[in-house]
Design a protein around this ligand. Structure first.
Ligand code: ATP
Ligand code: LTN
Length: 331
């Protein structure tokens, strides 16, 4: 590769992407492809940290890969692959686990949330999830990692792991920087706007899926929980309206002042309808493109096979150096 900076990011195939995944992460990935070398993956190994039905996981993984392409990721421009196809991630993970502290992992809010949500399956993979995520990033020595704000803590841990490794074994890993957008980095649930919108929410009205049809999208926005006032304005405490304004701003490009004047004197009903329509229109091309791509299984397979080969070749150089640095005998 040339001397452009390197971008790495990933998404779990735990279900269809939500509007949160799209606005906070995935839609920002395509525009980076011209300026940077980009590597993106479907993190199926992370997905099994919570129980997955095998057939469903396979189907979701293929769909996630096709959705990334439908969101503009081009396998000719970026390296686009499935995590479990590239063994270097697991190989590096072990070394990084041995450079991650129990205390650090215990402080991760995602671990605390997910172990509370699945008390019957608090497995070691769920606990060491951030070390594997660090391995994903450090196996390529990525410079920037575009993610939603909920992943910031994991990225800070990845930076600490890199730093600790460098101190022990000599300067080697690049410190990856988070790349987080200003508006939309945390899209909130439509049913409880104090919680983030999440793929794995049980309440289907809480999240917009990017493959939802127009009527469904509008219906979900109409039911969005707001407050008992009537003024469309961005203010502390108006979590529901603030969330809808952020979403509307992200899909229309209008700033908050413009949105406030557009809806001055109008009620929440009009506003919710406008947000629903704008989001549905914005997502329409993604849905059409997804239908086209998912239908061509042979092409998809060729793309993810080529992607994995390129990712392996790139990361193997780095991981072999790591293995040498920690004192493993060269093969
Ligand atoms: P799960 O519910 O299975 O934990 P998730 O919806 O949180 O999944 P991930 O695969 O963990 O999705 O995240 C993929 C990317 O989407 C990450 O960069 C993450 O920061 C971002 N993201 C997830 N949810 C939101 C959200 N509500 N708002 C903004 N960005 C988000
Ligand atoms: N944990 C991330 C998904 C993920 C990721 C990564 C993101 C796995 N590996 C590497 C950035 C870089 C999440 O979004 N839940």
């Amino acid at each position: 590769m040339d001397d452009k900076k390197l971008i790495f990011s990933a998404i779990q195939p735990t279900g269809t992407f939500t509007l949160g995944n799209y606005i906070g992460a995935v839609r920002n990935w395509a525009p980076l492809q011209d300026q940077y070398n980009c590597i993106y993956c479907v993190a199926d190994m992370h997905a099994i940290t919570v129980k997955q039905e095998p057939a469903k996981l396979r189907q979701n993984t293929m769909a996630a890969y096709a959705l990334l392409m439908a969101c503009g990721l081009d396998p000719e421009k970026s390296i686009l692959f499935i995590q479990s196809h590239v063994p270097t991630h697991a190989l590096l993970n072990w070394v990084l686990c041995c450079n991650t502290q129990f205390g650090e992992l215990s402080r991760m809010t995602q671990f605390k949330d997910k172990s509370q949500k699945h008390p019957d399956d608090v497995n070691a993979g769920l606990f060491t999830y951030p070390s594997l995520m660090a391995a994903d990033i450090l196996a390529y020595n990525a410079d920037f990692v575009p993610v939603g704000v909920d992943q910031k803590q994991h990225l800070e841990l990845a930076r600490n792991i890199a730093q600790r490794f460098n101190q022990r074994y000599g300067d080697f890993f690049t410190q990856p920087e988070p790349y987080i957008i200003d508006v939309g980095a945390k899209v909130m649930s439509l049913q409880d706007p104090t919680k983030k919108m999440s793929k794995s929410d049980e309440n289907p009205n809480a999240c917009i899926l990017i493959l939802d049809d127009k009527d469904t999208i509008i219906r979900k926005f109409k039911r969005a929980v707001t407050d008992s006032e009537a003024e469309v304005c961005y203010r502390e405490g108006k979590d529901g309206i603030n969330n809808l304004m952020a979403i509307y701003s992200c899909v229309t490009g209008k700033d908050f002042a413009a949105i406030e004047s557009e809806f001055a004197g109008k009620g929440y009903g009009d506003f919710k309808l406008a947000v629903g329509e704008a989001v549905a229109d914005h997502l329409e091309p993604v849905r059409t493109e997804f239908d086209r791509i998912i239908a061509d299984k042979a092409y998809l397979k060729q793309c993810y096979t080529d992607g994995a080969a390129k990712a392996f070749k790139y990361s193997q150089r780095i991981v072999s150096k790591v293995y040498h640095k920690v004192g493993f005998v060269d093969r």
